[in-house]
Design a protein around this ligand. Structure first.
Ligand code: NAD
Length: 450
């Protein structure tokens, strides 16, 4: 592969595919991005990103202008690719198991068009054992198409910096040389990362010395889901203890600051709040439970975590109810509909769940998110009124719930907010505010475990 411009194809123009395509094209690879969604393809070819991700719009625009990135719906475009990254969605089925329809469709279609010897790199999150099934599809195609499991670990909101300064990159394959080829591509990205970050206008919160890890294919698949499951356990554990802290008069932030100071434990992901959501954790965990069950392994620890997480929006709503009395006729603002700050992604968003819960119980709910209004709209009850600003959403309300920690919410002028509201209830669903500061502005503060 060395010596010539590598041609790379990316299948799926979602958060992972668009980020991969934008970065590789900025690193001077020739990239074609495929999607079955013609609208996304047209947007990319006009230099536009179909969703919000900090800085990625700039990379995509420039790469398209320079002729390094083009999008298409036609798998024919794979005909001279050296490496093909599959980044299609893996949603869940109604029973929680992983829906691998797109993964298999993409692999089967790719096998028809990839040239002999091109490497197929799986970045989508799949249950352990999936790669083995795809290798069979490839073997049946009569071509030699080496398969590498290369799970993606980026986070929406920091997708570019996570991809440029990674903790680790994992390549799982039965053939070490092929795995090494994939890792070499990441090494080449490392060399141009400062330039790419500057072009995107982003900078990393830290610069970890990334590890390059080669494993067997099944291990690589299991690494990804295990990492997400463990993060879910930390969040859920913090929420469970927060409920006890509420009863006992402890402050969960103080508790977890000190617990997390123990280096064996670590502070990250021990933040109590309204629970996790988004397009990954919920379905990755139920997918793991389901694939474990299929293999005869009972992951009851994860089943408990799912139940605990489901309980959080209701738990917070009930806390507010104990102050407001009844929700009927109460005016409530929910600030934050994205599942986390920095993204327009509102899939399985706790903010949406909270808004719907309170609207169902008779509250007049307004909602606002700086990026996710549009994506959240379909999941919100019709009675929830979407607003164009935080000011509009909170004016004249009895209570405000901050459900996503966007910097503009955490940095709000609390005195002005209090003056514009009718009531005085402030619900900090992510424990991001200083209790005393909120109370000094004249609010009654409610957090989770505080
Ligand atoms: P997404 O839903 O945003 O995008 C997936 C894209 O694939 C869509 O545009 C869809 O139209 C396209 N697609 C589906 N079938 C196709 C096909 N046969 N051919 C071409 N395109 C097709 O998904 P995403 O968030 O980017 O996630 C992709 C994968 O990466 C998932 O397995 C996810 O679990 C994993 N992942 C996501 C994140 C994240 O933060 N979003 C992080 C790590 C891993």
């Amino acid at each position: 592969l060395a010596g010539k411009t590598q041609k790379v194809a990316v299948i799926g123009i979602g958060y992972v595919g668009a980020t991969t395509a934008g970065i590789l094209a900025s690193c001077n690879y020739e990239v074609v991005a495929l999607d079955t969604d013609r609208k996304k393809v047209d947007q990319i070819n006009r230099g536009r990103l179909p969703f919000f991700e900090q800085g990625l719009d700039k990379l995509v625009k420039r790469a398209v202008e320079k002729g390094r990135l083009a999008a298409a719906t036609d798998y024919e475009k794979l005909r001279d690719a050296d490496l093909v990254f599959s980044c299609v969605g893996t949603p869940d089925n109604p029973d929680g198991s992983s829906n691998l329809q797109y993964v298999f469709e993409a692999a089967a279609e790719a096998a028809k068009h990839m040239p002999d010897g091109a490497v197929f790199v799986q970045k989508s999150t799949v249950p352990v054992g999936t790669g083995g099934k795809i290798e069979k599809i490839f073997a049946d195609s009569g071509k030699k198409l080496p398969y590498v499991s290369n799970p993606e670990f980026l986070r929406e909101g920091t997708a570019i910096t996570d991809s440029l300064w990674f903790d680790r990159v994992v390549a799982g394959s039965s053939d070490k040389r092929t795995a090494q080829k994939v890792l070499d591509l990441y090494r080449s990205v490392e060399k141009c990362r400062e330039e790419i970050a500057a072009e995107a206008g982003v900078s990393p919160a830290s610069r970890p010395a990334g590890q390059f890890i080669i494993t067997n294919r099944n291990s690589a698949e299991l690494i990804k889901v295990t990492a997400n499951a463990f993060l879910v356990l930390k969040i859920t554990f913090a929420n469970s203890i927060a409920k006890l802290a509420d009863r006992a008069g402890a402050d969960i932030n103080e508790v977890m600051d000190a617990v997390g100071a123990d280096q064996r434990i670590g502070r990250a992901f021990l933040n109590a709040g309204r629970g996790y959501g988004g397009g990954c954790f919920p379905k990755d965990v139920t997918g793991l439970i389901s694939s474990a069950t299929e293999q005869g392994v009972d992951l009851s620890i994860m089943i408990a975590a799912v139940d605990e997480n489901e309980s959080m929006p209701g738990y917070i709503a009930n806390k507010a109810k104990s102050v407001l009395g009844d929700f009927k006729g109460k005016k409530i603002a929910v600030l934050g509909l994205a599942f986390k700050s920095g993204t327009s992604d509102a899939r399985r968003s706790p903010g949406v769940k909270l808004a719907n819960l309170m609207a169902r119980d008779g509250a007049e709910v307004t909602a606002y998110d700086p990026q996710a209004n549009e994506e959240a709209a379909a999941d919100l009850r019709k009675s929830v009124r979407l607003c164009d600003s935080a000011e509009e959403a909170t004016k004249g309300m009895d209570a405000v719930f901050v459900a996503t920690d966007w910097p503009q919410f955490v940095g709000m002028d609390l005195d002005a907010l209090r003056k514009s509201q009718r009531g005085d209830l402030f619900v900090d669903c992510m424990n991001r505010f200083d209790t005393a500061t909120v109370e000094a502005a004249g609010f009654k503060y409610l957090g989770v475990g505080r």
